[in-house]
Design a protein around this ligand. Sequence first.
Ligand SMILES: O=P(O)(O)OC[C@H]1O[C@H](OP(=O)(O)OP(=O)(O)O)[C@H](O)[C@@H]1O
Ligand SMILES: [Mg+2]
Length: 164
Amino acid sequence: MSEKYIVTWDMLQIHTRKLANRLLQRHSWNGIIAVSRGGLVPSALLSRELGIRCVDTVCISSYNYNYLKKKRKVIKKAEGNGEQVIVIDDLVDTGGTAKIIRNLYPKAYFVTIFAKPMGRLLVDDYVIDIPQNVWIEQPWDMSISYIPPLVQEYKIKNNILIKK
Ligand SMILES: O=P(O)(O)OC[C@H]1O[C@H](OP(=O)(O)OP(=O)(O)O)[C@H](O)[C@@H]1O
Ligand SMILES: [Mg+2]
């Protein structure tokens, strides 16, 4: 994927708060299930905003054949059918993970922060639309690092600015 959508910690919190606001208006919830690992940070933020201390996980391990054909395995599952429970993941992309969640928790309210077109009809709510060909870079996968000033990438030769 050529293009990237960079997510910072503060923007993730802002988006998750927006979702929490909508969830608060909707229902009284009995718990939250985070889809590990991507859903863990959003679930902690939702837990705080909604005052829900009962937070469990469903743990899905995945490895790539290619982008559209991921192998996925449920390695741990919270009990129940999801009634009055919010299931949260960070994003829905091809919808492969979302389909597993729908089967495991048919009564759950399944939400993500980001949604790409292939998967967005599989979630009950989400905050930000992302094009299918854009890779979402989450804050826990990045670090803030120094970059040198632009001018250091150039030198002057015969009075002409040349890229080093
Ligand atoms: O709609 P899909 O194509 O299924 O993609 C979405 C899933 O992919 C990512 O998880 P991943 O399986 O990479 O593992 P992780 O959450 O442990 O990082 C993301 O956190 C979603 O769970
Ligand atoms: Mg995931």
